[in-house]
Structure formats: C-alpha cells, structure tokens
Design a protein. Sequence first.
Length: 251
Amino acid sequence: MIVCDVGDHWQVVLQTDHADLSGDLARRWNHQTDRSASLITAAERHDDGWAVWEQAPMCDSQASKPLNFLDVGVLAHLAFYRAGIAAISEQDPYAGLLVSMHGAGIYRGRYGLQPDLKLTFAEDASEQIEAFVAEQESGFDARDAQTGVTAEQRKHDYELLQIYDRLSLLFCINDTVAPPASEFSGYRFEPGGTAAVRMTPFPFDGSEQRFSLVRRLLPKRQWQDGAEFRRDFFASEPERTAITLRADGAG
C-alpha cells in the first residue's frame, strides 16, 4: 500500500494497482527482444505477494495514517515476497528470476540503482534479510542457465524493471495531478501540466502516451484501530486517474 499526503486526504494506491501501471509502461516501452514478454510479466506481477497483505491493510493508529509500504513488518514482507516469486516462476521462469532479483534488490538498494531504498524496520530483522537475499542470489546463475540468458542480459532487464517500478511510483508517492521533477537511470522527468510529465529521452512511440492509475482518497481522521481503518478503506470508491507522458517539446 503506497500512501501519499495530499492535504486533507490520504492518497492510497494498492501495490497491485501500482504494478498494473508498471506493466502498462513495460508493454508500451520500445524494447522488442525475445525476452520482452517475460519482462512485461515481471513488471505487471512483481508485487503479487502484496495481494495477501492488502486483504487486511493496516494503519498506524498513533499517527492516524495508513501504513505505507516501507513501514510494514519485514518478516511478513519476506514471507509474502517468497510466495509471489514462487507463483510467478511457475508461470514464467524468467519473469520469476527477475522478480527474485527485484525482491533481493529491495534490501540491496536496487543493486546500486537506489542506494537509499530501505524498509523502515530492516535493521530489526537483519539476519532474516541476509538469509532471504542469500537464498535468492544463490539461484541466479542456475536460473540464468535454465532460462537461457546471460548475467548481463538479466542485469539489463532488471534495470528496466526498476525503471518501470520507479516511474509508476513517481505517480503513486506524489499527488497524481502534480508529480514533481525527478531523475533516475538516465531519464529526466519534468512537470508537463495537470497529471502530465515530460520525459527525456522518450522511449515510447509518438510524442505522447496516456496511462491511468487506480487510487483511493481517504479523508484524514483518527482511527482507533486497524478494523476501523479497514472499514473506511474498503468503503472508499477507487478512482481511475489519467496520466500523460510527453516527449520534451511536445504539447
């Protein structure tokens, strides 16, 4: 659950809705290789494990705030991520390998792509984290051989997966109508109007692409416990917001 403060409301995006946008970005990205289908699957399913946690989302009752994805309990995160990796690997072994690397990379600063990425309570579960990362990394070479890819190809596709993830997060962790300027992995993003961003370089066909993101807006209030929060959360109506990506100089 990705939470953003938007004034008198909390904007909440489920991880699975965030992943739908990631998958749509991957589907339209100009990267046609024989691995593209697996990369799209990895992008749209990389957060499948979260679907278990989001059946009963939590709130921080002291702060009266929905619990953001970086603030969940690490042991729960490791457990449901393992389950997600296993399920995706059964459908598409290479997509599963990329999500395995993504899961381990959460605890390795995206392998240098985002060194400051860290779950809030990671230090409280360092032993379990190291075991999880070692478990995933120990299978990389064998799974490369199984799926017929090189370590270099896997690294390249992993980096693309991180771009799809972070570009989707750019809209999820900010008010979708006014995302700020940002830069990562060689791409620059500038405000381009209401719910629009100018992207340089532009990796899609044409000069403009339109996407959408499902979010919920929860009025701020003091929740006494998780049950009270969940009643409000599940009673809220999801809304689909439009997002436009434009090439520099377009529109």
